[in-house]
Design a protein around this ligand. Structure first.
Ligand code: SER
Length: 315
C-alpha cells in the first residue's frame, strides 16, 4: 500500500490545529506537514511557512514532502470577508485553484471545507436539502459556493478525487475561531467559565446549525477515508449535528454555571446569520459514508465546560 503524506494548509486555524493533531495520530507525526502563513505557537511536528496564493511555494513543498493528500483549510471567514472582500476572494478562490491544479497534476486527494454560508435567504431555512437554491449573500459564501462548483468541475473533467463538507459553526475548546458569524458559540463558553458576563453579537432567537469539534474532525476523516465509489456528492456534503439559538445555549450553560449573565448587542453579523439555514438535512452524508453525529447541545456543553475549566485551572 502506498504510504500517505499529508499536507495541511491553514494548520494554525480553528479547525486546522485540531485536525493536524488528529491526522498525526492517524498517519504518524512526520507524515503530516503543517503549513500556515504564520509560525505555530508550539512545535508539534514538521512545519513550513506557506501562503496558499503562492503557487510555486505550494508546489515546491508538495514535491519536497512527496505529498499524497491535501487538507486545504486556509480561508477568510464570513465576518472578516465582508470587511475585506478582495482578500477573501483572493485567498478563498485563488488558494483553492492552486490546490486543485496541484491535485490534478500530482493526482492527490484533496479536502475542501465549505459551509452553511453557501445558502442564502432564498434557500429553505429549515432542514435545508442537499440540492437546493444556492444564492449566498456574503463574499465568503459566494467564494465557497464557487469553490464547490470548481471542485465538482475538477472531479468531472480531470477525475480529481476532491471531497468537501458544508460545515456548520464549529465549537471546540482546543482553539479559537477567527472572523466568523458563529464565533459567539465558542466565545460564550470562555466568558462563562471565567465567571464573566458575555455580550452576544446575535439576537437571542437566532437559530443556526452547529457541530462539536470532535464530530467535525471525525466527519472530515471519515469522508476522506471512505472508498471513492461511495462519494456521490462532489460539490460538498451537507453536514448536521445540532441547531440552537444563543438563548438556548445560555440556558444549557446555566445548568453548569447558574449565575452566568448574557446581554445582546446585535451587529452586522445578525444579517449574515439571518441569511443562513436554521437546520440542515444531511441524509446524503448519512447514506454515502455513514455519517452520525455523537454530540447534541447538552453533551457538547458539558464537554466544553469540563475542558475549559481544566484550561483555566478553576476545577
Ligand atoms: N463558521 C463560519 C462563519 O461563521 C461559517 O462557515 O463564518
Amino acid at each position: 500500500m502506498k504510504k500517505d503524506n499529508i499536507l495541511v494548509i491553514g494548520a494554525n486555524g480553528q479547525l486546522g490545529s485540531v485536525l493536524t493533531r488528529a491526522l498525526r495520530d492517524q498517519f504518524g507525526r512526520n507524515n503530516v506537514l503543517a503549513t500556515d502563513i504564520r509560525m505555530p505557537l508550539e512545535d508539534e511536528g514538521p512545519f513550513e511557512l506557506l501562503d496558499v496564493v503562492d503557487r510555486r511555494q505550494l508546489e515546491r513543498l508538495a514535491r519536497k514532502y512527496r505529498i499524497t493528500q491535501i487538507y486545504h483549510l486556509a480561508a477568510i471567514l464570513s465576518a472578516k470577508g465582508e470587511q475585506n472582500p478582495k482578500l477573501a476572494w483572493d485567498v478563498n478562490i485563488n488558494g483553492l485553484f492552486n490546490a486543485l491544479e496541484l491535485a490534478r497534476e500530482e493526482k492527490l486527494r484533496l479536502f475542501f471545507p465549505s459551509t452553511i454560508a453557501v445558502f442564502g435567504s432564498h434557500t429553505p431555512r429549515k432542514n435545508t436539502p442537499q440540492e437546493t437554491i444556492i444564492h449566498p449573500e456574503t463574499v465568503y459564501g459566494i467564494s465557497k459556493a464557487a469553490g464547490e462548483n470548481w471542485c465538482q468541475y475538477y472531479h468531472l473533467k480531470f477525475g480529481v478525487d476532491v471531497r468537501s463538507l458544508r460545515y456548520p459553526g464549529v465549537i471546540g475548546y482546543q482553539s479559537m475561531p477567527g472572523g466568523g458569524t458563529t464565533d459567539y458559540a465558542v466565545e460564550i463558553f470562555h466568558y462563562a467559565v471565567r465567571g464573566e458576563p458575555y455580550n452576544c453579537f446575535l439576537k437571542p432567537e437566532t437559530r443556526l446549525p452547529m457541530i462539536y469539534m470532535d464530530d467535525a474532525i471525525r466527519a472530515t476523516l471519515e469522508l476522506m477515508n471512505a472508498p471513492a465509489r461511495q462519494i456521490t456528492v462532489r460539490t460538498s456534503y451537507n453536514l448536521a449535528a445540532m441547531s440552537f439559538t444563543p438563548a438556548e445555549l445560555t440556558e444549557a450553560i446555566r445548568k453548569h454555571v447558574p449565575d452566568f449573565e448574557v446581554g445582546y448587542e446585535p451587529d452586522f453579523r445578525q444579517n449574515i446569520a439571518e441569511s443562513w439555514s436554521e437546520s440542515i438535512d444531511d441524509t446524503a452524508a448519512r447514506r454515502d459514508w455513514n455519517w452520525r453525529p455523537a454530540y447534541d447541545l447538552e453533551g457538547m456543553t458539558e464537554d466544553m465546560i469540563v475542558h475549559l475549566k481544566e484550561q483555566y485551572l478553576v476545577v
